[in-house]
Design a protein around this ligand. Sequence first.
Ligand code: SF4
Length: 334
Amino acid sequence: MTTALALFSGGLDSILACRVVQDQGIRVKALKFVSPFFDYDLLERQDGYCAEVLTKYGIDVELIDISETYLRMLAAPAHGYGKNFNPCVDCKILLVRTAKELMAKYDASFLITGEVVGQRPMSQRPDTLRIIERDSGTDGILLRPLCCRGQKKTRAEEQGLIDPDKLPHFSGRNRTPQIELATEMGIADFPSPGGGCILTEQVRAARIQALYKLQKPELLTPENIRFLLKGRQYHFPSGAWLTMGRNQPENELIESLQMGKDLLVKAVDRPGPSGLLRFSKGQADQELAAAIVARYLKKTAAKSQEMQVVTGDGRSAILLVHPAADSDIKPLSW
Ligand code: SF4
C-alpha cells in the first residue's frame, strides 16, 4: 500500500488533507511537529493526544520534537520574519524538509500538507508555496491536496497514485467550503483556526526576540524559552532571570519548570505568588527575587516579610526582606 507522509497541524485543513488522501486508498502517516513555540505541552500527553486524533479523525499521528533545529533557524531565517517574530516561510521550509528526511523511515512515496493557496498572507501565497518546495527540496513530491488542481502535477498524480479530479479545490480565506466538506465527512469537532503559535503573539514574541538579541547562543534552549513564556518576567543586572506566577495555575506551572540550580521563591506560611529564579549569581539576586515576590503578597502591617528560597533538591533558606518598591521593579521587567 502506498504511504504518504502528512504535515499535521491539527487544524481543519490538515485533517481534511489527510482524509481526502486516505479516501483515495493511500495510507497516511501524519507528523505533528512541536517546539517551545507551538504545541510543546503535547509531549507530556503524547499517547493520549495520538489516541484522540485517531479516534476523532481516523488519522495516525506521531509527535516530532523539532525544538533544537527550530531554535537555530529562528536566529536568522532566510526569508525574514512576519509581523512579530514569526519566521513563517522558513518555518514551513524546515518542517517540510524534515518530513522529507523522514520519508525513508516511513516508506513514504510523497508528502502532503493542508496548505490552501491564498489563505495566509505570508506563507500561502502562490509564489511562497513554490519557494517552500524549492528550498525544502520537495519539488514534485509535495502534494497539497486541498488546492492542487491547476498547479504543476506532482509525481503522485503523474503516477496515478492520486486522482486530482477527486480532490477538493479551495483557495483564499473563506473557510466555508472546508467546513462544508468536514460536515460531509462527519468531522464535527475540530479546532478553530488561528492562534497556537507564540511567535505571532506581540508580547511573548517580543520577549523571545529580546532573548535572541542578547547574542548568547548558549541561552537558546527549549527550557529557557519555556521559562520566558510563563509568568511575569524580570531580568536582573547580574544576568539572573526571575519569573513569577500571576495566579495559582501559573504558580504550579512555574514550580514545575524548576531544574538544575533554579531556586523557588515563596512566602513562608502565606499564600501568594511563586517565583522561579534562574542563573542566580548569589545572595544579592536571591534577596532581590524575594523582595519582588514579597511585593505581590497581600499587604500587611508588617514592614518585612519572611520568604523561603528552595533548591531543586528541597534544601531551603529563609530570608527576611522588605517588599520591593514598584519603581525599583519596573526597570527589571521584561
Ligand atoms: S505561525 Fe508559527 S507555526 Fe505557523 S508557520 Fe508561522 S512560525 Fe510556523
